[in-house]
Design a protein around this ligand. Structure first.
Ligand code: UFG
Length: 327
C-alpha cells in the first residue's frame, strides 16, 4: 500500500514508518517538524507540511496515490493541554478534521489513528478493557476522544475503515539504536531517568510514594514503541470498508515508578539518585491495559513484556545520542 504517516518524524510515527517500509509498503512521512525530527525520517521520504493545510494534504494524497493514512501528528503534553486547551483543540481536533476533509476529497478511506489510554481518565478498575467508560480528565484526552468519535461517524456514513489504537505508555527505542525518544521539553519518566544516568540531570523526582500501590509509587503499563508500530501495521492490513477497531495497546503488566528507576540503575550501572515529591496533579495511581482484544482482533502479541529489555533499548539510543537527533 501507499501509506501517508502524519507525524512520521515523531517518536511513534517514525518507528511505524520504518516498520511499514520494511513490510514492503511505500511510505511518506508528513510532518511540520514542530516536534518531529528530519533525521528520524528515511532520506527523501519527508513531506514538510501542516495538518491545517488541507490543500497540501489533498495534493499529497492524490499525488502519491495514497491508499491509507496512519495518523500520529498531535500535541501530547497533558499538563500544557490543561493550561492552553485552545492549542490542543486547534491542533489535534481541527487539524485532524482538516486531514479527514482531505481524505474525503481524495477518496482515501482507510486510517489508523494514534489514540491513548488518557481517553479513559480515572479508570473504574484495572486492567482497563475497551468497554470501560471513556471519561478523560484532561483536554488532551478529550481531543483524542473527539477524534475517535468522528472516525466512528465517518466510517458509518462514508464506508471508511478505521482503527483507533489506545496506547498506554510508549517506551523504548529501535533495536539498532538509531531511532528513539527525543522530546523538548522531555516529561516522560524513562528518558528523564536515563538523562540522570548520562549526567545531564542531578536526580529523578518520583511523583508520589504514598499512593495505594504496593510500593506507593504510580504504576504504568510500558509498551515498546516497536510493538506499537507492529500493531499499527496489523491494523492497517485488516481495514476494509466499515471496519471499526478500537483496541488498547499495552502489555497487561504494570511497573511502578520505583521499579522503573531500579531497572534503569541495573541497566546503566549508574546510581541514579531519586527524590520524592508530591504526586503530579491528575495522575491516576495505576493504569494497566487489558489488551486481549488486540490479541484476538490483530493477532498482536507484544515482544517486550518486561521493563528491563525496554529500558535496555532506550539506553542504547540515549547513550549513543545524548543530544537526541541533534547530536
Ligand atoms: N513520573 C515521575 N517523575 C517524573 C516523570 C514521571 O514520577 O519526572 C511518573 C508519573 O507520575 C507517572 C509515570 O512516571 O506515574 C509515567 O509518567 P510519564 O510522564 O512518562 O507518562 P504518563 O503516564 O503521565 O503519560 C502517558 C503518555 C500521555 C498519556 C498518558 C495517559 O505520555 O501521552 O500516559 O495517562 F496521555
Amino acid at each position: 500500500m501507499n501509506v501517508l504517516v502524519t507525524g512520521g518524524a515523531g517518536y511513534v510515527g517514525s518507528h511505524a514508518a520504518r516498520l511499514l517500509t520494511a513490510a514492503g509498503h511505500d511510505v511518506w512521512a508528513y510532518d511540520n517538524l514542530v516536534f518531529g525530527h528530519r533525521a528520524a525520517v528515511a532520506p527523501g521520504r519527508l513531506i514538510e507540511g501542516d495538518l491545517l493545510d488541507k490543500e497540501k494534504l489533498a495534493d499529497v494524497l492524490r499525488g502519491k496515490r495514497i491508499d491509507a493514512v496512519m495518523h500520529f501528528a498531535a500535541f501530547a503534553y497533558v499538563g500544557e493541554s490543561v493550561t492552553d486547551p485552545a492549542k490542543y483543540y486547534h491542533n489535534n481536533v481541527v487539524g485532524t478534521l482538516s486531514l479527514l476533509d482531505a481524505m474525503l476529497k481524495t477518496d482515501v478511506k482507510r486510517i489508523v489513528f494514534s489514540s491513548t489510554c488518557a481517553t479513559y481518565g480515572e479508570p473504574e478498575s484495572v486492567p482497563i478493557g475497551e468497554t470501560q467508560p471513556q471519561a478523560p480528565v484532561n483536554p488532551y484526552g478529550y481531543t483524542k476522544l473527539v477524534i475517535e468519535r468522528a472516525l466512528a461517524d465517518y466510517a458509518r456514513a462514508y464506508g471508511w475503515g478505521y482503527a483507533a489504537l489506545r496506547y498506554f505508555n510508549a517506551a523504548g527505542a529501535s533495536a539498532d539504536g538509531d531511532l528513539g525518544e527525543d522530546h523538548d521539553p522531555e516529561t516522560h519518566l524513562i528518558p528523564l531517568v536515563l538523562q540522570v544516568a548520562l549526567g545531564r540531570r542531578e536526580h529523578i523526582t518520583i511523583f508520589g510514594d504514598k499512593l495505594p500501590t504496593p510500593d506507593g509509587s504510580c504504576i504504568r503499563d510500558y509498551v515498546h514503541v516497536d510493538d506499537l508500530a507492529s500493531a499499527h501495521i496489523s491494523a492497517l492490513e485488516k481495514l476494509k470498508p466499515g471496519t471499526e477497531l478500537r483496541c488498547n495497546l499495552g502489555t497487561g503488566r504494570g511497573t511502578s515508578v520505583k521499579e522503573v528507576v531500579q531497572a534503569c540503575r541495573d541497566v546503566t550501572g549508574h546510581d541514579i539518585p531519586a527524590k520524592v515529591a508530591p504526586p503530579r496533579a491528575g495522575d491516576p495511581p495505576a493504569l494497566i491495559a487489558d489488551a486481549s482484544l488486540a490479541r484476538r482482533e490483530l493477532g498482536w502479541v507484544p515482544r517486550f513484556t518486561s521493563i528491563k529489555p525496554i529500558v535496555e533499548s532506550a539506553w542504547k539510543w540515549h547513550e549513543s545520542h545524548p543530544n537526541g537527533f541533534d547530536a
